[in-house]
Design a protein around this ligand. Structure first.
Ligand SMILES: [Zn+2]
Length: 276
C-alpha cells in the first residue's frame, strides 16, 4: 500500500514539474501558416538560428513563408533551465493557378512612365515596415476578426497568377469582394505603420503592426480612418472597401505577414485563443 502511494506521489510531482513545459500551439505547421504559442515561464525561444521575442514569458509567434520547405527546430528554454526541442517537418502545400484575362494592360505591368512612382512607393512601404519587430508585446493576443463582414472570397492566398497570359508573382493575400463603402476592420490590436494614399498598385492602403513581427495590410480602400502611429483595437473600423490601385472591382486585398514571410490570412481566422 505504502509503495503504491509512493509511486503515485512521484508521478504527481513529476507531472507538476512537467506542467511548466507544456505549450499550447495555435495554427498549423505548414507553408504559408502563422503559428502562435502560449506557455509559461519561458526564458528564450529559437526557431533554428532566429531568436524570437517572448511576451511576459508566455506568448510568441512565428510564420512560414508560402514556399517554405524542409525541417525547422523550435527550441524553448525555460526559466528553470529546462529545454524543450520540437522538430517541425513542413508538409508540401499545393496552390491553385489563377488566370485573369482582359485586364487593363497598364495594370498588369506598370507603364514605364510610372516606374519612378512605383519605386518611390515601394521605398515608403519598406520604411514603414522597418519598424515591424520593434513591438515586443504580443498585441495580437486579444485574438482576430475577419476584416470584412460578409462579402465574397474572390481570390485566395498563394494562387499562381497569370495576368493576360503573363506569369506574375503569387497572390500574397486574400481578396474579399464587397460593395464600395463596406466597412473594413482591423484584424487585431495593433499600431498603424502606414496609411498611404493612392499607390499605383495598392491604392489607398494601411499596414498594421500587431507586435512580434506579425503585421497585416489592407489595400484598394476607398476611405481610410486611421493615420500612422494610431493604436487600433481588434474590430475597429479603419476604412472602407474600394477599388483604388491595381484592382478590377471593389474588394479588400487583405494580407498578413510575419516579418517578411507571407502567410495565409485564412489560417489566422482558424485561430481562437479562447479554446483550451
Ligand atoms: Zn488581392
Amino acid at each position: 500500500m505504502g509503495r503504491v502511494f509512493t509511486i503515485l506521489f512521484t508521478v504527481i510531482v513529476f507531472s507538476n514539474l512537467y506542467n511548466a513545459q507544456e505549450i499550447q500551439i495555435f495554427g498549423e505547421l505548414k507553408p504559408g501558416s502563422v503559428v502562435f504559442v502560449k506557455g509559461e515561464e519561458i526564458q528564450s525561444v529559437f526557431l533554428d538560428d532566429d531568436s524570437l521575442t517572448v511576451d511576459e514569458g508566455k506568448y510568441f509567434v512565428f510564420g512560414f513563408d508560402r514556399d517554405a520547405e524542409g525541417s525547422y527546430l523550435l527550441k524553448i528554454k525555460y526559466n528553470n533551465g529546462k529545454v524543450l526541442l520540437k522538430k517541425i517537418d513542413l508538409p508540401k502545400r499545393d496552390y491553385v493557378i489563377q488566370k485573369i484575362n482582359n485586364m487593363k494592360q497598364s495594370l498588369v505591368t506598370a507603364p514605364e512612365k510610372e516606374n519612378e512612382r512605383v519605386l518611390a512607393e515601394r521605398e515608403i512601404t519598406k520604411a514603414a515596415r522597418a519598424k515591424i519587430g520593434e513591438v515586443k508585446e504580443a498585441m495580437y493576443k486579444t485574438g482576430f476578426v475577419r476584416p470584412v463582414k460578409g462579402g465574397r472570397i474572390s481570390s485566395i492566398f498563394g494562387s499562381q497568377r497569370i495576368l493576360n497570359g503573363e506569369p506574375k508573382s503569387p497572390h500574397n493575400g486574400l481578396d474579399i469582394a464587397a460593395p464600395k463603402g463596406t466597412p473594413v476592420y482591423a484584424m487585431s490590436d495593433g499600431i498603424v505603420r502606414l496609411s498611404a494614399d493612392l499607390f499605383y498598385y495598392a491604392g489607398n492602403n494601411i499596414i498594421i503592426d500587431h507586435g512580434q513581427g506579425l503585421n497585416s495590410a489592407y489595400l484598394h480602400l476607398s476611405k481610410k480612418y486611421v493615420k500612422e502611429g494610431d493604436i487600433v483595437k481588434k474590430g475597429e473600423k479603419i476604412g472602407e472597401i474600394g477599388t483604388t490601385g491595381r484592382s478590377t472591382g471593389p474588394h479588400l486585398h487583405w494580407s498578413v505577414q510575419w516579418f517578411n514571410k507571407r502567410v495565409d490570412p485564412a489560417e489566422i481566422l482558424k485561430v481562437s485563443f479562447d479554446k483550451n
